[in-house]
Design a protein around this ligand. Structure first.
Ligand code: AMP
Ligand code: MG
Length: 329
């Protein structure tokens, strides 16, 4: 299959809609990462997403809808705190998990009685969702376990020949996947951290829990138990106070002829004073935005990525550290 990359306009939207209503998949931009979308009402189309990605079939998908879509047709028992959160943060990088009405295909939630819903803020995503006017089930548009894509080119390099169309909406400015929030209980609980932080949610909802998955537990959000976000080269991770150790490792490996690169924030890069650096930039939002593109750049040039954790560990950095740890294990 030939894979086309098209800018978003009337022509490409018409092609995308034609693919979607006929049970196919389309890669779409969002403000977090690119998604691989299919009609959530169409079981076969949804199942094809799992096949194309090689995704484990117990890892449920998020349904994406446009901002005027009637979400109450899909989910029930929406608590008051969720209404406040939706008002504060949607459209935006927050996925909310509710009890499902069972309207979409059971394949979306892999048999769970809940449904994860997201209203992306990306203008191109909104245009696409409005144009098709269907709930679109979409995980990240990468081969399963690989680094998530933040550009149309990233999607192309993973899925060339496997899908027909990538809608190009530029680089994803958020850079890490949405915050996934369980809204089925008395209080909201973060299942996956992201750009909408625990602090931001607690400020609006009064409180916010965080679910920490440990090996062997029943995963509330099945995606947690899988290896993720891995670049195709060796990796290792040092704490923020271990710059000296990381530089020794870099020098030892380089002396052996290994193409080693440091992956770190801008300030750390300045202090490290080494040649090969994948610089994540400054500040939590810039670091999140650059994380996946630098991991992908790294796997193309490096045999070993030596990552150094940022010093700041709260806020958006909780989400960044979650991905960085999984990428480097
Ligand atoms: P991805 O879209 O590939 O970034 O993955 C979607 C994430 O949302 C995974 O971590 C899933 O486990 C999680 N998720 C999707 N649907 C549900 C649900 N109904 N309940 C809990 N977590 C979910
Ligand atoms: Mg993913």
């Amino acid at each position: 299959m030939k894979t086309e990359i098209l800018e978003i306009d009337e022509n490409s939207l018409a092609i995308a809609k034609d693919i979607i209503v006929n049970g196919g998949v389309v890669a779409i931009p969002t403000e977090t990462v690119y998604g691989l979308g299919a009609n959530a009402f169409d079981a076969e189309a949804v199942e094809s997403i799992f096949k194309i990605k090689g995704r484990p079939n117990d890892n449920p998908l998020i349904v994406h809808v446009h901002k005027d879509y009637d979400v109450s047709a899909l989910v029930k028992d929406v608590p008051d705190y969720a209404k406040l959160l939706a008002k504060a943060f949607l459209p935006g990088p927050l996925t909310m998990v509710y009890k499902s009405k069972g309207a979409v295909s059971a394949a979306v939630s892999c048999g769970l009685d809940t449904l994860a819903v997201r209203i992306p803020s990306h203008e191109g995503a909104q245009r696409f969702l409005k144009y098709v006017d269907l709930p679109i089930a979409a995980p990240s548009a990468n081969v399963s376990k690989h680094v998530s894509p933040t550009s149309a080119q990233h999607v192309f390099s993973d899925l060339n020949g496997k899908i027909g169309l990538i809608l190009d909406g530029g680089n994803s400015v958020g850079g890490i996947e949405s915050t996934v929030l369980d809204c089925t209980g008395e209080k909201p609980v973060i299942l996956r951290s992201g750009l909408i932080t625990r602090e931001m949610i607690a400020k609006v909802a009064g409180e916010c829990g965080e679910y920490v998955y440990k090996d062997g537990m029943r995963a509330l959000s099945p995606g947690m138990k899988y290896k993720h976000y891995s670049p195709a080269c060796r990796t290792c991770l040092f704490n923020s106070d271990e710059l000296d150790k990381a530089v020794v490792k870099y020098k030892e490996e380089s002396a052996k002829g290994v193409k080693a690169y440091l992956l770190c924030d801008g300030e750390t890069a300045e202090r490290a004073k080494v040649r090969n650096v994948l610089n994540l930039g400054y500040g939590e939002n810039e670091i999140a935005a650059n994380l996946y593109s630098k991991l992908r750049e790294g796997e193309n040039v490096a045999e070993l990525i030596i990552a150094i954790a940022p010093e700041k560990q709260d806020g958006v950095m909780v989400g960044v550290m979650n991905r960085l740890t999984k990428a480097c294990n």
